[in-house]
Ligand binder design. Structure first.
Ligand code: ADP
Length: 495
């Protein structure tokens, strides 16, 4: 072990040749201890220098040498090279230290709970800070109602319960969830894993990351987006104000005419009860029409929480076309709608989709009107058809095609930019909002010019909405839509 020969060592006196030069004092002291019989039973750790100058760690055990008569005649020392063992031990403790430093330094709460005994096996600093030293926090995080369902990543599914018994594990779930802890007023992203603890027991590990700040920002952004949507609907209506006034003027004028007619005929006693009733009924119908226009506009601009609900594409189209019709009639632009039959129901906020359609229809009418196109080119087609694409799966596609002047290259590039507008009074927020509404419904929006040879004949805006699989089981009754033929809907509103 030392590289010294027997003759080098036998009869030697301290300091022995294998004592490192810088440890002579220390070794002398240890030797004194030995000779006084005070060496620890577990041995002592010493550095040993080989003849070639290299050194190693050794453990030295000292015991008295007793002769058959029971007399101590000397000391016996044995030495083991512990370099390897010491290296492994040092490595282990360094890695343990690194492990605890990382876990303790994490901003996330890490806890491990024994599944069978409900006993906390491990809790890091953040856990102790937020939840104290008991298992209650772990239980709260594990069992709180899920606030937001995530689409599980495939790797989570694969790893979550790897190789462990599946009973009683399924309930707690391995997918990340966001949990609100009332007492702390904090949001946590909670991920859980089942693992076999060091003693073989089945345990659940939770990693809860504080996502309160992100949630607050999201909530704020959500509120702002809602405000922007409502504002934009108000702007649309503001822009349509003169059309609405014009539209309301018709029933109001009719009511006025009926009333004046009745007054003069009643005054001269030249009206029968039957005629009077018929005139009153007509008056009431006109008032009802005016009321409907106002009701529709109110429903459209009303500030309401965005609400996803089962909705039919046909009903959304009907409502949008009715509102847009006010504007289209004034601008002498005709519209044809075609809604395919037996469309699956959508899970959307119908007012928001209506808002998108109204924006697209209004943009088309603006484009046609601003270009002062002749009657043959004052036409819009709205189509709703089911589609299946490899990357989107089953969707319903809404498209608005116009016969307007189309868009220049530089306009296409900046189409969805907020506040980009080519119109004198344009706000330029319509399309950017439309796209964010569609994308928040997991749909896509596209715009393109239509050509006949090299000349532009119009443009087409289309968006898709995914068909929610869970609602497919019970299709909504499809409201009155024309028979599915290649022809467009004859039920068109035209000037
Ligand atoms: P705004 O209507 O207030 O200008 P939008 O975001 O709705 O804002 O539209 C941005 C721009 O896109 C419009 O100013 C216009 O130049 C262009 N655009 C939108 N729709 C059409 C269309 N159907 N035909 C031609 N250009 C269009």
């Amino acid at each position: 072990m030392t590289g010294y020969s027997e003759t080098d060592l036998i009869n030697g006196r301290p300091p022995f040749p294998y004592w490192p030069a810088d440890r002579i004092d220390e070794n002398t002291r240890l030797l004194q201890q030995e000779l006084q019989g005070r060496s620890p039973a577990g041995g002592i750790e010493v550095k040993v220098q080989r003849k070639d100058g290299s050194s190693f760690d050794s453990r030295m055990y000292v015991s008295p040498l007793i002769d058959p008569k029971g007399q101590q005649t000397g000391w016996m020392t044995s030495m083991t090279n512990i370099t390897e063992a010491k290296r492994i031990r040092d490595q282990l403790s360094a890695s343990h230290e690194r492990f605890t430093t990382v876990l303790e330094g994490l901003d996330a709460a890490v806890s491990v709970l024994s599944v069978h005994k409900n006993e906390l096996l491990f809790a890091n600093r953040s856990y102790r800070l937020w939840f104290g030293a008991d298992a209650q926090g772990h239980t709260l995080l594990a069992h709180s109602a899920t606030s937001k369902l995530f689409v599980p990543e495939p790797e989570d599914e694969a790893d979550g319960l790897s190789g462990l018994p599946t009973q009683e594990l399924t309930e707690a779930g391995a997918h990340p969830r966001e949990v609100f802890i009332e007492s702390l007023q904090m949001w946590f992203d909670v991920r859980s894993r089942y693992l076999q603890w060091t003693d073989g027991r089945l345990a659940q590990m939770l990693i809860a990351t504080d996502v309160t700040a992100r949630r607050r920002v999201e909530e704020l952004a959500q509120q702002q987006a809602e405000k922007a949507q409502v504002t934009s609907r108000l702007i649309t209506m503001g822009e349509m104000a003169s059309s609405v006034a014009h539209e309301l003027n018709q029933p109001l004028t009719a009511i006025n005419n009926y009333c004046n007619g009745m007054v003069s005929r009643v005054q001269v006693g030249a009206i029968t009860n039957e005629d009077l009733i018929a005139a009153l009924q007509k008056t009431a119908r006109q008032a009802e029409r005016a009321g409907q226009i106002i009701h529709r506009i109110r429903a459209f601009v009303k500030r309401s929480e965005p609400q996803r609900q089962v909705a039919s594409a046909a009903a959304i189209v009907d409502d949008s076309v009715e509102l847009a019709g006010i504007e289209l009639r004034r601008r002498k632009v005709s519209i044809q709608t075609y809604v395919a039959q037996h469309l699956p129901p959508l899970l959307v906020d119908p007012i928001l989709i209506e808002q998108v359609l109204l924006n697209l229809l209004k943009n088309s009418a603006d484009a046609i009107d601003n270009a002062k196109l002749p009657p043959s080119r004052r036409h819009i087609e709205l189509r709703v058809v089911p589609r299946h694409t490899p990357d989107e799966g089953g969707v319903i596609e809404f498209s608005v095609t116009d016969t307007g002047p189309g868009m220049k290259e530089e306009v296409i590039a900046r189409l969805y930019e907020a506040f980009f507008s080519t119109k004198a009074e344009g706000m330029g927020i319509g399309l950017s909002l439309c796209r964010s509404i569609i994308e928040s419904h997991r749909g896509r929006m596209r715009a393109q010019n239509l050509y006949n040879g090299a000349s532009v004949t119009g443009c087409r805006f289309a968006f898709t909405l995914p068909v929610d699989l869970t609602t497919r089981a019970e299709p909504l009754p499809v409201p009155d839509v024309p028979e599915e033929t290649a022809a467009a809907n004859p039920n068109a509103t035209s000037s």
